[in-house]
Design a protein around this ligand. Structure first.
Ligand code: GLU
Length: 304
């Protein structure tokens, strides 16, 4: 019998005592202001039980974790046709790299690097005003979390808008290859706002329940799509640190530069962790460590 209460509390206490907390991302100035001394974790099981520790009720910027939700929406809308515009291979490059786009005809490697996420957002945007698309993204996130209070932090969105030159470069480059269908500024503006969605660990763990699959998955999307999104989270969810995360944790996860990670234990649990200090690959340092300890203590893995 797994004592999740004891496991989660111990992880919280261990992480609170850690000295090296990594470096907070500051290329988006609003994120650079977040206090690195924070750590929170929430586990929601398939049975609906909840366990939490630390700053699990403090809202944070979900950043790239939002790419999981937009991918779910895009797959629902376009189905297999999405894979003509974005690949399913790990990139082995940084989250914001432009390198492979040059040699691979403007088709991003996968939907979780920035270029790929811009394509996904562009595909949902098609024919709509950014405001409508953001409404659709928020509706999906609120429905999956069962919480209508989830919102976008406009200061974070504005901060990224003011400093998002590299994302604009990616979008313009893809536009010239015909990979994007909307004006790059509209796609980027929508993307900056989806990244600025704020949630706390409890809300994020709840929002991830649809990826547990089976009855716990609320049937928000088909089982086949759940399988695909989890596969991509496992192979591409941590950028050029995806192999290491799979090796250390052994479960599909998606990280964001705000320091959040969403982890899915298929059929069993949805887990969210947040600690703003990042490791050298841009993934939460303590968050990754906490997920590794959780996997070890529970025996949860997709590999044995
Ligand atoms: N909004 C961030 C960016 O585009 C997301 C990056 C991330 O969370 O990895 O740079």
């Amino acid at each position: 019998m797994i004592d999740l209460n004891a496991i989660v509390s111990k992880i919280g206490a261990d992480m609170a005592a850690m000295e090296d907390r990594g470096r907070v991302a500051d290329y988006i100035p609003q994120l650079g202001r977040v206090d690195p001394q924070q750590f929170g974790m929430a586990v929601v099981t398939a049975a609906g039980d909840t366990y939490q520790t630390g700053h699990a009720s403090t809202p944070f910027s979900i950043q790239s974790v939002s790419k999981v939700f937009t991918l779910a929406i895009a797959l629902g809308r376009l189905g297999e046709a999405l894979w003509k515009r974005v690949g399913v291979e790990p990139s082995g490059h940084a989250f914001n790299s432009i390198l492979q786009l040059e040699t691979e005809a403007g088709i991003p490697r996968n939907p979780f690097i920035n270029a790929g996420a811009l394509v996904v957002t562009d595909s949902i945007l098609a024919g709509h005003a950014p405001r409508e698309t953001l409404g659709e993204i928020l509706r999906f996130v609120r429905m999956s979390a069962g919480d209508d209070s989830i919102h976008i932090n406009r200061n974070v969105a504005a901060s990224e808008e003011a400093h998002g030159h590299l994302n604009r470069a990616l979008a313009n480059f893809m536009m010239s290859h015909g990979t994007l269908q909307n004006a790059p500024d509209l796609t980027c503006g929508t993307y900056f706002h989806q990244c600025a969605i704020e949630m706390n660990c409890l809300q994020l763990a709840n929002a991830g329940r649809f990826l547990m699959g089976g009855n716990a998955g609320q049937n928000l999307i088909s089982a086949e799509k759940v399988r695909r999104i989890n596969a991509l989270m496992m192979t591409c969810g941590h950028y050029d640190g995806s192999g290491e995360f799979a090796f250390r944790v052994g479960l599909p996860g998606k990280s964001g530069v705000g320091g959040g990670i969403l982890l899915i234990v298929p059929g069993k649990a949805s887990v969210a962790v947040w600690s703003p200090g990042l490791n050298r690959r841009g993934n939460s340092r303590l968050g990754t460590m906490a997920m590794e300890r959780l996997a070890n203590a529970t025996g949860w893995t997709v590999f044995v």
